[in-house]
Design a protein around this ligand. Structure first.
Ligand SMILES: Nc1ncnc2c1ncn2[C@@H]1O[C@H](COP(=O)(O)OP(=O)(O)OP(=O)(O)O)[C@@H](O)[C@H]1O
Length: 245
């Protein structure tokens, strides 16, 4: 994590003389032709090739005209060893390119409204989305929300500001259904959902998104910091909390 931080945020110095041999490794293969990838690139596992789209030639970006301007390519794993490419209409906001890998991937949700008929998303959540100015799902939301609403596991990577937060908060709120205090079923006491975030700023952002979705119901959404997280050890505090970040 530390190394990744250094590489992505800058601020690190690199002594090219001291690591001359390593520098040679990178210089050797620097003869890319237009649209081609280097041999090192091709050895990189697809999951780790974060820049594959940036390096892709123009022909790769072209949508199939027969499938309309929003047609995108998705990868679905047909079996453990074999992969199968499938074409699926993909959104949407900002024309995000989305690659999905997995077995039996749920259908994309092109609108929030479609989640109501497919997954019984509550009218309150729908209207809170509207109130918050969320009229159409972003790429990560259109693909991620159905996956989580079907109780599947999801690992997602998406650039900052693309709406990842809502992608998991909406399914969480939907599956909790109602605040514990107003639920007819015996949901028990204590924390029902926990979101862990690496920084205070991110925790605040997530908390704010949570509050937007919670409008109109008495959800108990609590933001804990490093200093206050220990309070959760106290049963009395735990019982008063519904969702914590
Ligand atoms: N469907 C949507 N329509 C309009 N605005 C949206 C939508 N989804 C999220 N937003 C807004 O876009 C902004 C960025 O969203 P969010 O913080 O969830 O992105 P993120 O991918 O989680 O970013 P980060 O990587 O920084 O955590 C927020 O202000 C959020 O309210």
């Amino acid at each position: 994590m530390e190394a990744f931080h250094l590489l992505t945020r800058g601020g690190a110095t690199f002594n090219k003389k001291r690591f001359e041999n390593d520098v040679q490794l990178f210089n050797k293969s620097k003869k890319p032709t237009a649209g081609s990838r280097t041999s090192q690139d091709s050895e990189l596992p697809a999951e780790l090739d974060f820049f594959k789209y940036a390096q892709a030639g123009p022909s790769k970006r072209k949508a199939d005209p027969k499938k309309g301007p929003t047609a995108k390519r998705q990868k679905t794993e047909a079996s453990d060893s074999e992969e199968e490419d499938v074409e699926q209409a993909a959104p949407l906001m900002g024309g995000h390119r989305v690659t999905v890998k997995g077995k039996d991937v749920p259908e994309v949700a092109e609108t929030f409204k479609s989640l109501q008929s497919r997954y019984d998303l509550s009218s309150l959540l729908l209207s809170n989305l509207e109130k918050s100015g969320y009229h159409q799902p972003t790429g990560i939301q259109a693909h991620g929300i159905p996956i989580l609403l079907e109780d599947r596991d999801l690992v997602a990577i998406s650039p900052t500001g693309t709406g990842k937060t809502l992608s998991y908060l909406l399914p969480i709120m939907s599956s909790l259904s109602a605040p514990a205090s107003s639920s007819k079923q015996d949901t028990g006491k204590g924390v029902r959902a926990l979101v862990l975030a690496p920084t205070r700023e991110l925790s605040h952002q997530i908390h704010n998104e949570c509050l937007k979705l919670a409008q109109g119901r008495k959800w108990k959404i609590v933001l804990f910091s490093k200093a206050t997280a220990g309070n959760l050890n106290d049963e009395n505090v735990r019982d008063k909390v519904g969702e914590s970040i």
